[in-house]
Write a protein that binds this ligand. Structure first.
Ligand code: PLP
Length: 393
């Protein structure tokens, strides 16, 4: 039988998070009594559902500093990333307005694979390298721009190593060169203040389940003026979301996304401080108790809930196994789990095979306690020491 979850410490918040009670509470009436279809609002049922959707749009646009009409609800950030890249590329192709996309080597698979599909269709894609801390250089972005560049897509914070991109600088390069700028901000929401005006962002992907909302819901911000982003839909049908994403709206989840974004923003300072204290504690303890530990990602420019550490000489899969069932951590990102090859993100920051194959990602959350982290840290230290001894003898 699977052991009870109560016995395990959950440190995989980059993969997903639990739904906050307050979010669930907000959603519940929209599952039962307010079940109407917001597109069918000639009566009270539809009108009530529409009210919920518009409230969520309002909550999100307030946090991002955009207008309500600029939010498109999707099934999650994978779809948002696909809509941003393929949608803008499709329109550009149709209107003969460019053929080239700039992205980074450490992007999420949703962006990378969408770009690969576009390459197969004849688009040119530049995959920019990052430095040893996972940072993209805005000068490299500028140099890569060509006359036919239609989109720059660079993520706000990396889901494996936590590195935060220089969004404002990249946004400026995009504006100066009149190229659209998309950012996958899934991991940044709640930890990095995002202002689409100040940062020159034209398109932005977010997801609810990474910020204590439900799974299967996300949004794409699409700028409507200065400049107006032109994109084609991926999904056609009844013309919902101004024709950009047809399909009956997932009202309860949209309500949950709105609440989750609002809470993430309101509680940003305390969440940041809390997880920062815990990840600092973990890192200090690893360093004082173990030799040959390497931090992956930027020492300062990182989301405070992320700690990606290579325990040299220890295979990460073996370590994670050894920590079962007490610790829920990830060797590499959830999306690449199962593949034997090293994470594309770790490969991009350099180093050697040993570093890549000994990396463990700790993703902390607002509800982790000091006691949990002390326990988890001890467990990791013990396991690493044990596995290293086994290998020597
Ligand atoms: C999880 C994640 C996604 C995918 O989001 P879904 O809503 O699960 O589709 C995209 N980008 C990043 C950076 C992520 O961490």
């Amino acid at each position: 039988m699977t052991p009870a979850l109560d016995d395990a410490v959950y440190l995989d918040h980059h993969a997903t998070t639990p739904v906050d009670e307050r979010v669930a509470e907000e959603m519940t009436p929209y599952l039962t009594e307010n079940f109407g279809n917001p597109a069918s609002d000639d009566h009270l049922y539809g009108a009530k559902a529409k009210e919920g959707v518009e409230q969520a749009r309002e909550q999100i646009s307030e946090v991002l500093n955009c207008r309500k009409e600029e939010i498109i609800f999707t099934s999650g950030a994978t779809e948002s990333d696909n809509l941003a890249t393929k949608g803008v590329a499709d329109y550009a192709e149709r209107k003969d307005k460019g053929n080239h996309i700039i992205t980074g080597e450490t992007e999420h698979e949703a962006v990378l694979e969408a770009c690969e599909v576009l390459e197969e269709r004849g688009f040119d894609v530049t995959y920019l390298p990052v430095d040893e801390n996972g940072l993209i250089n805005p000068d490299d972005v500028e140099e890569a721009i060509r006359d036919d560049t239609l989109l720059i897509s660079i993520m706000a914070a990396n889901n494996e190593i936590g590195t935060i991109a220089p969004l404002k600088e990249i946004g400026k390069v995009a504006k100066d060169n009149e190229v659209f700028f998309h950012t996958d901000a899934v991991q940044a929401v709640g930890y990095v203040p995002i202002d689409v005006e100040e940062m020159g962002i034209d398109l932005m992907s977010i997801s609810a389940h990474k910020i204590y909302g439900p799974k299967g819901i996300g949004a794409l911000y699409v700028r409507r003026r200065n400049p107006k982003v032109k994109l084609d839909p991926l999904i056609h049908g009844g013309g919902h979301e101004r024709g950009w994403r047809s399909g009956t709206l997932n009202v309860p989840s949209i309500v949950g996304l709105g609440k989750a974004v609002q809470l993430a923003d309101k509680e940003m300072d305390e969440r940041r401080q809390h997880v920062d204290e815990l990840t600092s504690y973990m890192w200090d303890r690893f360093n004082s108790k173990l030799d040959d530990v390497v931090l992956n990602g930027h020492p300062e420019k990182r989301i405070p809930n992320n700690l990606n550490v290579s325990f040299l000489g220890v295979e990460n899969k073996a370590l994670v196994q050894n920590l079962q069932p007490e610790l829920a951590v990830s060797a590499g990102s959830a999306c690449t789990t199962g593949k034997v090859e090293a994470s594309h993100v770790l490969q991009a920051i350099g180093g050697d095979e040993e570093r890549w194959h000994s990396a463990v990602r700790f993703g902390l959350g607002k509800d982790n306690t000091k006691e949990e982290i002390e326990h988890a840290t001890d467990q990791v230290i013990q396991s690493v020491s044990r596995l290293r001894k086994l290998q020597i003898s």
